[in-house]
Design a protein around this ligand. Structure first.
Ligand code: SF4
Length: 244
């Protein structure tokens, strides 16, 4: 293990039963960020005191709890989940007092975006919805070659998440909801949105937008997830600097 790796968190590998991050008397392994990074934790907690962060985080946690009901009167640990994410999103937005919601959606989910837009309106919100192709900018703008398009030989406009974000910024939305944006496009949308964002739908073209389907089948039908080395193929350029 390199010296800097000792502070690399590995929560996904943690085998502690009563963890320090969940129990007052809990424990953590050598790589535990709760034990090793008190300065990072302290700095992060200071962020909650800034702007709307505390109200936002508190309402998210209140909403989280309200997504369950107690299954048995005498046992608070028996809980049933009762609200789908769309309801959780609506109730959270109401808690925050948001009036105008932005909906940044993928062209492939246009029908579903119409349904979501109508539901949000029925729940009393104003809705500004923007498709990924907004701006109608050809993919050549990104430097893509014809053979790098989905359908070579065709006029193909790019997904423009920066434009999506800026259109919603111009519409003065209070909160933005992402629906089915591609990997990376979602990242840029969140970077350029002036308002906080939530994700209602993550794109997964082969699982009906349920990435967990492939993950949960990783020992059977999706064994290739661990066994095959996936394409590292061509890219336009790699500008990210290697870490020291
Ligand atoms: S914070 Fe520490 S105790 Fe909690 S899961 Fe991560 S490594 Fe384990």
């Amino acid at each position: 293990m390199k010296p800097q790796d000792q502070r690399l968190p590995h929560c996904a590998d943690c085998k502690i039963e009563r963890t320090i991050c969940r129990y007052e008397d809990g424990k953590g392994p050598a790589s535990c960020p709760t034990l090793n990074l008190p300065e990072v934790i302290e700095l992060s907690l200071k962020e909650y005191k800034k702007g709307e962060n505390l109200e936002f985080a508190a309402n998210a946690s209140i909403q989280e709890a309200q997504c369950y009901v107690n299954g048995e009167k005498d046992n608070p640990h028996i809980r049933y989940a009762v609200k789908p994410r769309i309801q959780e999103t609506i109730e959270f937005a109401h808690k925050m007092g948001y009036k105008r919601l932005g909906l940044a959606f993928c062209a492939g989910l246009k029908d579903e975006a119409k349904i979501v837009s109508d539901i949000l309106k029925q729940q009393g919100f104003e809705v500004a919805s923007v498709i990924c192709k907004v701006g109608g900018t050809p993919k050549e703008f990104l430097g893509l070659l014809d053979e790098q398009k989905i359908t070579p030989g065709e006029y193909e406009t790019m997904c423009s998440p920066v434009t999506q974000a800026k259109v919603l910024n111009a519409a003065s939305t209070d909160f933005n909801i992402l629906m089915g944006l591609c990997v990376g496009h979602d990242s840029l949308m969140m970077r350029f949105s002036e308002r906080l964002c939530t994700v209602l739908v993550v794109k997964d073209r082969v699982t009906g937008h349920n990435p967990l389907a492939a993950i949960q089948l990783h020992r059977s039908y999706y064994k290739k997830l661990g066994e095959e080395k996936f394409d590292r193929g061509e890219s336009l350029s790699i500008s990210a600097k290697p870490r020291p």
